[in-house]
Design a protein around this ligand. Structure first.
Ligand code: UD1
Length: 334
């Protein structure tokens, strides 16, 4: 059984990935500082998979703690999720983001080097493309200056990994996530909301649940079919499965570092998302059209040819499943 360290493994994408790793017979060890997760998620994951795993409650920035984990376990690879991810918060507090996301990555890389562990899967984001001129975006689309410190940490993270890999016995896959949404079909794990959500889907489900009075659609005067912004929403379980594929691809690839878009390849507008949510769940959502949100790009969606061909991965769930599972999870939370 291959042993894998998952940093941030109790978080939203991390927890779904642990489930998929266990289903693929990996022996998983998780380190998580519970900053944006709960210890009870461990039991939920184990209920789904029927298998247990070791949890270390700690911070990847604590290099001594990380070292002790690498002494105890012979890891074959690391999936590094542990990072802050709120765009607005990163604008308010950039140092927090650089410290946590960049130092955390450096701590993981230097520990991997010390213990000669060579395979890393890194969480990047489609935010690196900014407002791309040509759609869909491929992995060769130019990277733009980030709009937020959060975005900068993703671009810098990719650069650091590329520099590090050049002269080391080290391989890494960078996964550029589009918009991860939904929850596990069992409704046992999903995104744990902190305060008022900024992202669309948690705001939709909280409005449907009566926690929020009204959803504001940020602008309907964009040059899209219905005037609202278009994104490539990807089911979190599909995204989790891409990490398992990436890990095995790390072993066989010839490059030191490779990068993949992870999306469905299909764009959906905000109004399409709302209409689908209403239809599949038989609900009416209280929403109104408001002004544009600063910093939003008009539309982005992925060209998924590379991930389909080289990783042998493609999204199985569509937007209707994403909305059904997001609502089932919201009801579980109440
Ligand atoms: C943002 C980040 C992305 C990050 C992702 C996390 C940027 C540019 N994008 O994506 O890097 O990975 O969050 O999931 O930093 N909307 C509404 N009303 C709302 C909330 C959102 O209309 O109350 C609209 C937005 O205008 C947007 C779409 O819904 O068109 C999706 O928004 P959101 O879920 O916040 O994700 P992004 O901004 O695409």
């Amino acid at each position: 059984m291959k042993k894998i360290l998952v940093t941030g493994g109790l978080g939203y994408i991390g927890s779904h990935t642990v489930v998929e790793l266990q289903a693929a017979d990996y022996d998983v060890v998780v380190i998580d500082n519970l900053n944006n997760s709960k210890q009870s998620v461990k039991n939920r994951i184990e209920e789904i998979s029927g298998q247990s795993f070791e949890l270390c409650i700690g911070d990847v920035n604590d290099s001594e703690m990380l070292k002790s984990l690498f002494i105890k376990h012979a890891f074959e690879g690391v999936i590094h999720f542990a990072a802050h991810k709120a765009v607005g918060e990163s604008v308010e507090n950039p140092i927090l983001y650089y410290q946590n996301n960049i130092s955390g990555l450096i701590s993981v890389l230097s520990t991997m080097e010390k213990f000669k562990v060579s395979n890393l899967v890194f969480s990047s984001s489609c935010t690196v493309y900014g407002a791309a001129a040509d759609l869909p975006v491929t992995e060769n689309t130019v990277i733009q200056q980030a709009e937020s410190p959060y975005g900068t940490t993703k671009i810098l993270g990719e650069d650091i990994i590329n520099d590090f890999a050049k002269h080391k016995a080290f391989k890494s896959i960078l996964l550029r996530y589009f918009n991860p949404v939904g929850a596990h079909p069992s409704a046992k794990i999903g995104e744990l909301p902190l305060g008022i959500p900024n992202n669309l889907i948690p705001f939709v489900t909280q409005t449907a649940a009566g926690i929020r009075n009204e959803l504001t659609v940020f602008g309907d005067d964009y040059s899209t079919e219905d005037g609202t912004c278009v994104r490539d929403y990807i089911h979190v379980v599909d995204l989790a499965k891409a990490h398992v594929k990436a890990l095995s691809y790390c072993d066989e690839m010839h490059l030191k570092v490779d990068v993949f878009n992870v999306g469905t390849g299909k764009g959906n507008s905000v109004l399409e998302v709302i209409n689908t949510f209403e239809k599949v769940n038989g609900l009416k959502l209280n929403y109104r059209i408001g002004p544009r949100r600063g910093g939003d790009i008009e539309q982005i969606y992925a060209d998924t040819t590379k991930v389909n061909d080289l990783l042998g991965w493609s999204a199985q769930y569509g937007i209707a499943d994403m909305m059904k599972h997001a609502w089932a999870w919201q009801q579980e939370l109440e």
